[in-house]
Design a binder for this molecule. Structure first.
Ligand code: SF4
Ligand code: SF4
Length: 299
Protein backbone atom coordinates (compact mmCIF):
# COMPACT_ATOMS: atom_id res chain seq x y z
CA UNK A 1 0.00 0.00 0.00
CA UNK A 2 1.54 3.37 -0.99
CA UNK A 3 1.88 6.09 1.60
CA UNK A 4 2.23 9.86 1.47
CA UNK A 5 5.42 11.34 2.88
CA UNK A 6 7.08 14.73 2.75
CA UNK A 7 10.67 13.66 3.25
CA UNK A 8 13.15 11.00 4.30
CA UNK A 9 15.95 12.50 6.34
CA UNK A 10 19.13 10.47 6.72
CA UNK A 11 21.72 10.88 9.49
CA UNK A 12 19.26 12.51 11.87
CA UNK A 13 20.54 13.02 15.43
CA UNK A 14 17.42 14.66 16.93
CA UNK A 15 14.69 12.06 16.46
CA UNK A 16 15.66 9.45 19.02
CA UNK A 17 18.85 7.68 20.12
CA UNK A 18 21.86 7.27 17.83
CA UNK A 19 22.01 7.95 14.11
CA UNK A 20 18.59 7.59 12.55
CA UNK A 21 16.72 7.84 9.30
CA UNK A 22 13.51 9.79 9.86
CA UNK A 23 10.51 9.27 7.60
CA UNK A 24 8.07 12.19 7.69
CA UNK A 25 4.50 11.10 7.01
CA UNK A 26 2.10 13.60 5.43
CA UNK A 27 -1.32 14.13 7.00
CA UNK A 28 -2.31 14.86 10.59
CA UNK A 29 -5.47 14.51 12.68
CA UNK A 30 -4.73 17.52 14.91
CA UNK A 31 -4.27 21.18 14.07
CA UNK A 32 -1.80 22.65 16.55
CA UNK A 33 -1.78 26.41 16.16
CA UNK A 34 2.03 26.57 16.38
CA UNK A 35 2.85 23.58 14.10
CA UNK A 36 6.25 24.28 12.53
CA UNK A 37 5.75 21.77 9.71
CA UNK A 38 2.51 23.04 8.11
CA UNK A 39 3.18 20.99 4.96
CA UNK A 40 2.58 17.81 6.99
CA UNK A 41 -0.97 18.76 8.05
CA UNK A 42 -2.76 17.96 4.77
CA UNK A 43 -2.37 14.54 3.20
CA UNK A 44 -2.52 16.03 -0.31
CA UNK A 45 0.38 17.16 -2.50
CA UNK A 46 0.98 20.87 -1.93
CA UNK A 47 2.88 23.53 -3.83
CA UNK A 48 5.19 25.91 -1.93
CA UNK A 49 5.93 29.22 -3.64
CA UNK A 50 8.99 31.08 -2.29
CA UNK A 51 8.43 34.45 -3.99
CA UNK A 52 11.84 35.86 -3.05
CA UNK A 53 13.53 33.20 -5.20
CA UNK A 54 11.37 33.81 -8.28
CA UNK A 55 13.29 35.28 -11.24
CA UNK A 56 10.14 35.99 -13.23
CA UNK A 57 10.92 33.67 -16.15
CA UNK A 58 7.23 32.87 -16.70
CA UNK A 59 7.73 29.14 -17.37
CA UNK A 60 5.25 28.13 -14.66
CA UNK A 61 2.53 30.27 -16.27
CA UNK A 62 3.07 28.46 -19.57
CA UNK A 63 3.16 24.91 -18.25
CA UNK A 64 0.37 24.93 -15.65
CA UNK A 65 -2.62 22.97 -17.05
CA UNK A 66 -4.94 24.71 -14.60
CA UNK A 67 -3.76 28.30 -15.25
CA UNK A 68 -3.27 28.50 -11.48
CA UNK A 69 -0.33 30.93 -11.70
CA UNK A 70 -1.90 34.36 -11.81
CA UNK A 71 -0.91 38.00 -11.42
CA UNK A 72 -2.89 39.84 -8.76
CA UNK A 73 -2.23 43.57 -8.46
CA UNK A 74 1.09 43.07 -10.21
CA UNK A 75 2.13 40.23 -7.89
CA UNK A 76 2.69 36.58 -8.87
CA UNK A 77 0.26 34.36 -6.89
CA UNK A 78 -0.99 30.76 -6.92
CA UNK A 79 -4.75 30.36 -7.20
CA UNK A 80 -5.10 27.57 -4.64
CA UNK A 81 -8.65 26.82 -5.79
CA UNK A 82 -7.34 25.91 -9.23
CA UNK A 83 -4.08 24.14 -8.31
CA UNK A 84 -4.39 20.34 -8.36
CA UNK A 85 -0.88 19.70 -7.03
CA UNK A 86 0.37 18.05 -10.21
CA UNK A 87 3.89 19.41 -9.68
CA UNK A 88 4.58 20.30 -13.33
CA UNK A 89 5.45 23.91 -12.53
CA UNK A 90 7.87 22.90 -9.77
CA UNK A 91 9.67 20.59 -12.19
CA UNK A 92 10.19 23.45 -14.61
CA UNK A 93 11.27 26.08 -12.05
CA UNK A 94 15.09 26.21 -12.18
CA UNK A 95 15.15 28.95 -9.55
CA UNK A 96 13.64 26.52 -7.00
CA UNK A 97 10.96 29.06 -6.14
CA UNK A 98 8.38 26.29 -6.55
CA UNK A 99 8.73 23.16 -4.42
CA UNK A 100 6.26 20.33 -4.04
CA UNK A 101 5.52 18.80 -0.65
CA UNK A 102 4.32 15.26 -0.73
CA UNK A 103 5.15 12.14 -2.66
CA UNK A 104 3.40 8.80 -2.86
CA UNK A 105 5.86 6.00 -2.11
CA UNK A 106 5.71 2.31 -1.32
CA UNK A 107 7.14 0.78 1.83
CA UNK A 108 9.72 -0.89 -0.45
CA UNK A 109 10.81 2.55 -1.74
CA UNK A 110 11.24 3.74 1.85
CA UNK A 111 13.16 0.60 2.81
CA UNK A 112 15.65 1.13 -0.03
CA UNK A 113 16.62 4.45 1.57
CA UNK A 114 16.59 3.03 5.10
CA UNK A 115 18.81 0.07 4.32
CA UNK A 116 21.59 2.27 2.91
CA UNK A 117 22.55 3.31 6.44
CA UNK A 118 22.07 0.06 8.32
CA UNK A 119 25.70 -0.02 9.47
CA UNK A 120 25.37 3.45 11.02
CA UNK A 121 22.29 2.42 13.03
CA UNK A 122 24.05 -0.62 14.40
CA UNK A 123 27.24 1.23 15.33
CA UNK A 124 25.44 4.15 17.00
CA UNK A 125 22.47 2.46 18.69
CA UNK A 126 20.17 4.24 16.24
CA UNK A 127 17.55 3.12 13.75
CA UNK A 128 14.50 4.48 12.03
CA UNK A 129 12.01 7.05 13.31
CA UNK A 130 8.58 7.43 11.76
CA UNK A 131 7.48 11.00 12.29
CA UNK A 132 4.96 13.36 10.79
CA UNK A 133 2.42 14.55 10.30
CA UNK A 134 0.80 11.74 12.25
CA UNK A 135 1.75 8.10 11.88
CA UNK A 136 -1.73 6.97 13.00
CA UNK A 137 -3.23 8.53 9.86
CA UNK A 138 -1.35 5.93 7.75
CA UNK A 139 -1.22 3.00 10.10
CA UNK A 140 -1.10 0.18 7.52
CA UNK A 141 1.78 1.87 5.70
CA UNK A 142 3.61 2.39 8.99
CA UNK A 143 3.16 -1.27 9.93
CA UNK A 144 4.65 -2.37 6.62
CA UNK A 145 7.76 -0.27 7.25
CA UNK A 146 8.03 -1.43 10.87
CA UNK A 147 7.78 -5.11 9.90
CA UNK A 148 10.41 -4.71 7.17
CA UNK A 149 12.73 -2.91 9.58
CA UNK A 150 12.40 -5.64 12.17
CA UNK A 151 13.04 -8.31 9.53
CA UNK A 152 16.32 -6.46 8.96
CA UNK A 153 17.11 -6.08 12.69
CA UNK A 154 16.57 -2.32 12.59
CA UNK A 155 15.19 -0.53 15.66
CA UNK A 156 12.03 1.55 15.03
CA UNK A 157 10.81 4.55 17.00
CA UNK A 158 7.63 6.44 16.27
CA UNK A 159 6.61 9.99 17.05
CA UNK A 160 2.85 10.12 17.57
CA UNK A 161 0.22 12.43 18.99
CA UNK A 162 -1.69 9.37 20.37
CA UNK A 163 -4.92 10.91 19.11
CA UNK A 164 -6.75 7.78 18.00
CA UNK A 165 -8.96 4.92 19.20
CA UNK A 166 -7.25 2.81 21.88
CA UNK A 167 -7.13 -0.45 19.94
CA UNK A 168 -5.72 1.10 16.77
CA UNK A 169 -3.13 3.04 18.73
CA UNK A 170 -1.99 0.12 20.90
CA UNK A 171 -1.83 -2.22 17.92
CA UNK A 172 0.72 0.12 16.33
CA UNK A 173 2.64 1.05 19.46
CA UNK A 174 2.95 -2.59 20.47
CA UNK A 175 5.09 -3.23 17.38
CA UNK A 176 7.60 -0.44 17.97
CA UNK A 177 10.77 -0.27 20.06
CA UNK A 178 10.42 3.29 21.35
CA UNK A 179 7.50 5.74 21.42
CA UNK A 180 7.83 9.51 21.52
CA UNK A 181 4.53 11.23 22.21
CA UNK A 182 3.34 14.69 23.22
CA UNK A 183 1.27 16.00 26.07
CA UNK A 184 0.96 19.63 25.05
CA UNK A 185 -1.52 20.99 27.60
CA UNK A 186 -3.20 19.29 30.55
CA UNK A 187 -6.06 21.79 30.65
CA UNK A 188 -8.58 20.30 28.22
CA UNK A 189 -10.25 23.58 27.28
CA UNK A 190 -6.89 25.03 26.25
CA UNK A 191 -5.99 21.79 24.49
CA UNK A 192 -9.15 21.99 22.42
CA UNK A 193 -8.58 25.66 21.70
CA UNK A 194 -5.00 25.27 20.46
CA UNK A 195 -4.99 21.79 18.88
CA UNK A 196 -8.60 21.37 17.77
CA UNK A 197 -9.14 18.19 19.82
CA UNK A 198 -9.72 17.09 23.42
CA UNK A 199 -6.76 15.62 25.30
CA UNK A 200 -8.88 12.95 27.04
CA UNK A 201 -8.13 10.13 24.58
CA UNK A 202 -4.46 11.16 24.44
CA UNK A 203 -4.05 10.99 28.23
CA UNK A 204 -5.88 7.71 28.37
CA UNK A 205 -3.60 6.34 25.62
CA UNK A 206 -0.51 7.41 27.60
CA UNK A 207 -1.78 5.31 30.54
CA UNK A 208 -2.38 2.35 28.25
CA UNK A 209 1.01 2.80 26.61
CA UNK A 210 2.61 2.58 30.05
CA UNK A 211 0.94 -0.77 30.59
CA UNK A 212 2.41 -2.12 27.33
CA UNK A 213 5.87 -1.93 28.91
CA UNK A 214 7.51 -0.29 25.88
CA UNK A 215 9.94 2.54 26.74
CA UNK A 216 8.54 5.94 25.86
CA UNK A 217 9.38 9.61 25.99
CA UNK A 218 6.78 12.32 26.60
CA UNK A 219 7.43 15.79 25.21
CA UNK A 220 5.81 19.17 25.75
CA UNK A 221 6.42 21.92 23.18
CA UNK A 222 7.04 25.14 25.10
CA UNK A 223 4.89 27.73 23.37
CA UNK A 224 5.33 31.16 24.99
CA UNK A 225 2.23 32.19 26.94
CA UNK A 226 0.38 28.96 26.08
CA UNK A 227 2.12 25.81 27.32
CA UNK A 228 5.24 27.17 29.07
CA UNK A 229 3.67 28.02 32.45
CA UNK A 230 4.83 26.38 35.68
CA UNK A 231 1.22 25.29 36.14
CA UNK A 232 1.07 23.38 32.84
CA UNK A 233 4.47 21.72 33.26
CA UNK A 234 3.81 20.77 36.88
CA UNK A 235 0.38 19.36 36.14
CA UNK A 236 1.83 17.21 33.34
CA UNK A 237 4.66 16.16 35.67
CA UNK A 238 2.12 15.07 38.30
CA UNK A 239 0.23 13.09 35.66
CA UNK A 240 3.45 11.32 34.59
CA UNK A 241 4.92 10.62 38.03
CA UNK A 242 3.14 7.29 38.74
CA UNK A 243 4.03 5.84 35.33
CA UNK A 244 6.58 3.04 35.18
CA UNK A 245 8.01 2.91 31.67
CA UNK A 246 8.49 6.62 30.98
CA UNK A 247 12.21 7.06 30.28
CA UNK A 248 12.26 10.84 29.76
CA UNK A 249 10.11 13.96 29.95
CA UNK A 250 11.44 16.32 27.31
CA UNK A 251 10.66 20.03 27.17
CA UNK A 252 10.93 21.26 23.59
CA UNK A 253 11.75 24.91 23.15
CA UNK A 254 9.56 26.90 20.75
CA UNK A 255 10.75 26.48 17.15
CA UNK A 256 10.35 29.80 15.27
CA UNK A 257 11.29 28.44 11.84
CA UNK A 258 7.81 27.72 10.50
CA UNK A 259 6.88 31.22 9.28
CA UNK A 260 8.40 31.05 5.75
CA UNK A 261 6.72 27.70 5.12
CA UNK A 262 3.32 29.13 6.08
CA UNK A 263 3.86 32.07 3.70
CA UNK A 264 4.93 29.72 0.89
CA UNK A 265 1.64 27.81 1.25
CA UNK A 266 -0.51 30.96 1.66
CA UNK A 267 -1.43 29.77 5.16
CA UNK A 268 -1.97 32.07 8.12
CA UNK A 269 0.55 31.81 10.98
CA UNK A 270 -0.09 33.49 14.30
CA UNK A 271 3.32 32.85 15.88
CA UNK A 272 5.68 34.77 13.61
CA UNK A 273 6.57 37.27 16.35
CA UNK A 274 7.22 34.61 19.00
CA UNK A 275 10.77 33.80 20.09
CA UNK A 276 12.25 30.74 21.83
CA UNK A 277 12.41 30.76 25.63
CA UNK A 278 15.71 31.99 27.09
CA UNK A 279 18.12 29.47 28.63
CA UNK A 280 17.38 30.70 32.18
CA UNK A 281 13.66 29.94 31.81
CA UNK A 282 14.40 26.54 30.29
CA UNK A 283 16.62 25.76 33.28
CA UNK A 284 13.84 26.78 35.69
CA UNK A 285 11.32 24.49 34.00
CA UNK A 286 13.75 21.59 33.83
CA UNK A 287 14.53 22.01 37.54
CA UNK A 288 10.79 21.97 38.36
CA UNK A 289 10.44 18.61 36.65
CA UNK A 290 13.62 17.15 38.13
CA UNK A 291 12.66 18.28 41.64
CA UNK A 292 9.42 16.38 41.22
CA UNK A 293 11.47 13.24 40.55
CA UNK A 294 11.16 12.82 36.79
CA UNK A 295 14.04 12.51 34.31
CA UNK A 296 13.94 15.74 32.30
CA UNK A 297 15.75 17.13 29.29
CA UNK A 298 15.52 20.29 27.20
CA UNK A 299 15.13 19.59 23.50
S1 SF4 B 1 9.13 29.12 -13.05
FE1 SF4 B 1 9.91 29.71 -11.04
S2 SF4 B 1 11.28 31.42 -11.41
FE2 SF4 B 1 9.99 31.19 -13.26
S3 SF4 B 1 8.25 32.58 -12.90
FE3 SF4 B 1 7.65 30.57 -12.16
S4 SF4 B 1 8.16 30.61 -9.98
FE4 SF4 B 1 9.28 32.29 -10.93
S1 SF4 C 1 1.19 22.18 -9.14
FE1 SF4 C 1 0.24 21.80 -11.17
S2 SF4 C 1 -1.79 22.73 -11.01
FE2 SF4 C 1 -0.61 23.52 -9.29
S3 SF4 C 1 0.20 25.47 -10.02
FE3 SF4 C 1 1.78 23.90 -10.46
S4 SF4 C 1 1.37 23.18 -12.54
FE4 SF4 C 1 -0.44 24.31 -11.84
Amino acid sequence: MPGMITDIQRFSLNDGPGIRTTVFFKGCNMKCAWCHNPETISKKNELHFYAAKCIGCGRCFEICPQKAHVIVNGVHKIDRNLCIGCGQCAETCYAEALIMSGKAVSAQDVMKEILQDKAYYQNSGGGVTISGGEVLCQKAFALEIIESCHENDINVAIETNLNGPHEAVMDLLGKTDLVMCDIKLLDDDKHKKYTGVSNSIILSNVLKLDRLGIPYIVRTPLIPGISDSNENILSITEFLKPLKHLILYELLNFNPLGAPKYASLDMQYGFGAYTPLPATRLDELQTLVKNAGLPAKIG
